[in-house]
Structures are given as C-alpha cells and as structure tokens.
Design a protein around this ligand. Structure first.
Ligand SMILES: NC(=O)c1ccc[n+]([C@@H]2O[C@H](COP(=O)([O-])OP(=O)(O)OC[C@H]3O[C@@H](n4cnc5c(N)ncnc54)[C@H](O)[C@@H]3O)[C@@H](O)[C@H]2O)c1
Length: 555
C-alpha cells in the first residue's frame, strides 16, 4: 500500500485530490526523494538558496518580503523565507475564523475524520520510517539547527514513533467518552473530549520537526483547525513535513502555515482570536501572550533544569556520561538541558568533574557534537561566565573560551562546553546571586555546586525559589532520598534513580512543566487530551416522566 505514496502515479492522483498543493509540488518536486520534498538537504547553499512558502486556505503562497536566513555554520545566506507582513495576515485571519468553535470534527460531527487521521498517521509513520526519508529530515534539521547526526536522527525517530502510536483507531480512542448513570430513568451524564475549533501553535528553533509535528497532530486529532508558526530560522523543516503529510492524505485546508516575525504573529492572534494557543518558547514571550490572549494559552516555556546527585555514589563513568549528554548535546539548546548540577559531597570527592571535563572536551565542531548557539552571541555567553566568576569562591571548571577555527557568523554564539562552580552558600546569599546563577543560558553551559548532608534543606529551598519547573533528575538509588527530593519539588518531567537524566524525553514520556495551570504537555495521549481538548458534559434526560407527576410548589 505504501508504494502508492512513492510513485509518480500517486503524485498524479493526488493532483485531483489536493489540487493546489499537488500542482505546486509537481513543479518543484525533487524527484530523487521518495516524498513531495522540494529541497535536497545537502544542496542548499548561498549559490542555490532554498525557498520556504506559506500555506493558507489550501494554497501555498509566497510574499513580497523574503527573510534571508544565514547558514549557521558559514554565514552564507542559504534559505529565503517568504515572510508574511502585518498587512498580509487577512487570509490567515479569515481561514482561522472559518472554523467554528465546535471544530472540524467532534464526537457528534464528522466522526469519520477520527478514522481519517488514523489513516494519515499510519501512512506518515511509514513514510518517516523509510531510511531515505529519515535521513532527509535528519540532515535538513542539521542544516538549520546544527546538532550531531545522532541527535538529529533521534528527533526524527521520536517523531516517527509518536506517529506510530496514533495509527488505526488510536485517534478515536483519544476522544473516548465516559458516562455516569443519572438520578432517574432516562437520565445519564456523558463526558466528552471537545475541540476548541480555531487554534494556534507557535514553536521555537531547537526541535524543528518534533515539537511542531507532535503538537500539530495532537491539535488535528482532537478536531481543531490550527495555524502553525515555526521560528523562521528552521521553518523549512516543517514546510517539507507538511508536504509529506499532504502526500499522506492530510486535507490541505486543515492546517495553515505562516512564516512571520513575532510581532506579526502577535497581531494575527489578536485579530483571528484563536480559542487556544499553544506556545513553546521563552518565558518572556509566553507571559506576553498569556496577557494578550487573556489566558487562552497553554505554555511550554523556559527550562532551568537541575540534577541532584544523591549521597550514594555508584557508576561514576555512567553518571559522568549522562551529565555530559544532558548539559552539552545539541550544544545545550534543549529546553531540558542540564543547567545546574548539584552534587552531594560524596560525589565531589570522586573524579566525576574531571571525567565530565574529559567528555566535554571530546566534543568537536566537525561532527556537530558542539556547534553554534542560535540565541546568544559568543560575547554574551562569555560575559555571563565572567559575571558568575565574580561570585566569591566560584571557579571555572572547564571551557569558558570561544570555539576556534570556525566560520560561524557573529550573530550566533560559539563557545566550548563550559562549567562554572559556584558555592551553594553564595548561590543562596542574596537575590542578585540567585537570579544570576539561575538565568537560563540556552547554550553549552552549566553551573555546578555541591552540598553536605545537612544542607539538603538549602538545596530544596533553592529549587523552591525557581520559576521554571520543566525537567529534573534525582540521581540516587536511595528510596528515602528520592522520596525527600521528589516530595519537595515540582518539575513536570522528573527522572529518578541512578540512571536519571534531564534530557531525551521520548514520545512515551509526558514532557512539560508542572506547577502552573497554564502548563502544556507534549507526547502522550494524556498530553494531547489536556492541551487540545476541553471537557464537555452532555446530560441525556429522555424520561419518561412518571404518570402521577404533578407540578410541585415553587422553589
Ligand atoms: N518547555 C518546552 O517544552 C520548550 C521546548 C523548546 C524550547 N523551549 C524554550 O524556548 C526558548 C528558546 O527558544 P526561542 O529563543 O526561539 O524562544 P522565543 O520565545 O524567542 O521564540 C519562540 C517562538 O515564538 C515566536 N514569537 C516571538 N515573539 C512572539 C510574539 N510576540 N507573539 C507570537 N509569537 C512570538 C518566535 O518567532 C518563535 O517562533 C528557551 O527558553 C527554551 O527553554 C521550551
């Protein structure tokens, strides 16, 4: 069956089904790839720039305004993104407004669409599992959000496994309802998962495929019509994925895709008035949107993620390796990256830090195990390091220098994996130090500290004061220690045990912050239901009314 999607015949047949898109694809299709791709990841260059379009009301459209993206590895202008300006948002406003609040489908309307999404997902999961397609997306991700091949591959793999989880009837099972017997014959209450209708999805640069696909599919499964905006630096990946989804049967009118700056997106949200907006990105923008949209948001915002090493020391090499991966894989640009390592003094006495240093120093630009930082410049990263080193008792454990021999443009950052030790007492001495130490640095950077047994309450107080509660790791096999730390902290995705990590959340883990009623989740059926549907109760009350019923006195 899947060969259907690999052949020219399939592309021709899809012409009749999804006219506008297929016609566009057929004129730009890169035929060596087994999907409706319009670019070759390796060939995008200053001499041969790729173009990224917008999709609205079922049509791919350009713009008179092209935003040129620089290759993060050599500064060449290599991608041209057709960015919609404020004056051009009307078609997007109209498209979103065309969707009623009760959505494109719900348990009482077009239920066959649940099945259709099961089928689309089955096909997309298969497509993404084809080695050529996996490789295409991994390499495309590497071009725009540089990370090692293994990290980019994992992003595609998690996305593919997520799709496998929602094949067949799994989409309709997401909308499973329940009922409770009523007070009298004929009465029964039913709880339904209801869509919001018109919705918006805004996603950042660091996971160009995984975050938008998982949220987009969740929104669609539950019956919503989303407008999707991905950071323009990386939106080429999602543009190509949408073409793949169209080739798998996604109706072209179901999703709009807009490239624009934050200000334009903000205006679009205010004018189109989506019933729900899922925002993934910085806390600064998250708070602004929460205000502007009067709370109709779900947020996946900043991560300042901590790892505590408990008093029981085992498997030093393994723990050092996990620390290195957590802090420096993807050059520290995962929202789940380890920002603060809190070691029990028993660990300080081991060679953990020197092992961590050795592992960090293995990383090299050549294979992108370390690479450009897209939201901080080198100067800003080094300035932050310098400020931390002014705290009494702090010291540079390793790094703290720019990368050498590279062509990364100056608008981006390029530093060696860095760790700065700051004493716990100094972290907690005053708000100035605390704020500085707990500032999220979205790069290959971490703060390390240590504590003695009697200082555990101070560590817990440090956790309590934090604003972001995304991921955490408690590395210990001591159940009483785990109980104490988990019981007195709130992070939404917390790993506990000797092998605990802060990063790597696959599709089978809930991923998201806790402790905030606006907090979103991603990945699991529970996350989809929470973010993309609300509860609706329908109480059936058919009767009969008993024969001897009489009008009672007023109450
Ligand atoms: N919690 C999570 O799951 C998660 C996942 C990935 C990244 N992050 C966080 O994202 C941040 C890094 O990403 P970033 O720097 O690209 O974030 P960002 O907030 O600058 O941008 C995120 C997205 O919001 C858009 N945007 C900016 N201003 C806007 C506005 N006023 N209205 C609407 N949209 C607007 C951007 O164009 C981009 O697409 C880090 O803080 C990281 O922790 C969180």
């Amino acid at each position: 069956m899947m060969n259907l999607f690999l052949t020219r015949a399939a592309r021709v047949s899809s012409l009749t089904k999804h006219n506008a898109v297929a016609a566009f694809n057929s004129s730009r299709c890169v035929h060596s790839l087994p999907l409706a791709a319009t670019v070759e990841a390796e060939e995008i260059s200053g001499a041969k720039p790729a173009e990224v379009l917008n999709l609205v009301q079922g049509k791919w459209i350009g713009s008179s305004n092209w935003n040129t993206i620089l290759d993060p590895l050599n500064g060449e202008p290599f991608i041209k993104v057709a960015e919609v300006e404020e004056s051009g948002i009307q078609p997007f406003v109209e498209s979103l407004s065309s969707c009623p609040k009760h959505g494109l489908h719900n348990p009482f309307k077009a239920p066959e669409r649940y099945l259709m999404y099961g089928d689309i997902t089955t096909k997309a999961a298969h497509m993404l599992s084809l080695p050529k397609v996996t490789d295409f997306f991994a390499r495309l991700i590497q071009r725009v959000s540089p990370k090692s091949y293994q990290q980019a591959f994992s992003e595609v793999y998690v996305t593919q496994k997520f799709l496998e989880n929602f094949c067949g009837d799994q989409v309709r099972f997401l909308a499973r309802s329940f009922s409770v017997p009523g007070n009298h014959l004929g009465q029964q209450s039913h709880g339904f998962r209801w869509p919001y209708g018109p919705v918006a999805i805004i996603t950042p640069f660091n996971f160009p495929l995984e975050i938008p696909v998982l949220q987009l599919m969740g929104a669609l499964y539950m019956g919503n019509k989303p407008v999707l905006k991905v950071d323009s630096k990386v939106s080429i990946v999602m543009e190509q994925m949408l073409r793949l989804l169209h080739s798998c049967g996604l109706p072209v009118e179901d999703v709009d895709f807009i490239n624009c700056d934050g200000k334009t997106m903000n205006k679009l949200l205010l004018e189109a008035n989506p019933r729900m907006t899922l925002f993934t990105g910085s806390s600064r923008v998250a708070e602004k949107l929460a205000d502007d949209l009067k709370g109709r948001v779900k947020l996946e915002d900043a991560g300042f993620d901590w790892k505590i090493l408990g008093p029981d020391v085992h498997q030093e090499d393994y723990v050092a390796w996990v620390c290195d991966q957590d802090a420096y894989a993807c050059s520290g640009q995962k929202c789940s990256a380890q920002s603060l390592l809190i070691m029990h003094e028993n660990w300080s006495k081991t060679s953990l830090v020197s092992k961590l240093k050795e592992l960090a120093e293995r990383r090299k630009l050549a294979d992108l195990t370390i690479g450009p930082v897209l939201t901080f410049t080198t100067d800003a990263l080094l300035e932050h390091t310098k400020n931390l080193l002014e705290i009494p008792g702090s010291k540079l454990l390793f790094g703290g220098q720019p990368l050498e021999d590279h062509t990364i443009p100056q608008i981006y950052g390029a530093i060696k994996p860095t760790a700065v030790y700051v004493p716990l007492e100094e972290i907690m001495k005053d708000n100035k130090n605390y704020e500085l130490v707990t500032k999220e640095i979205f790069g290959p950077f971490q703060v390390v500290t240590d504590y003695k047994d009697h200082q555990l309450p101070i560590v817990l107080e440090a956790l309590e004061k934090m604003h972001a509660h995304l991921t955490a790791a408690v590395v210990s096999n001591d159940p009483l220690f785990l109980q104490e730390v988990i019981g007195k902290s709130v992070n939404g995705t917390t790993y506990a045990g000797l092998r605990a990590r802060t990063t790597g959340a696959p599709q089978n883990h809930w991923f998201g912050p806790a402790g905030d009623p606006r907090g979103a989740g991603i990945g699991t059926p529970e996350a989809i239901k929470l973010v993309w549907s609300c509860h609706r109760e329908v109480i059936y009350d058919y009767g009969p009314v008993s024969k001897d019923w009489e009008i009672p006195p007023s109450t």
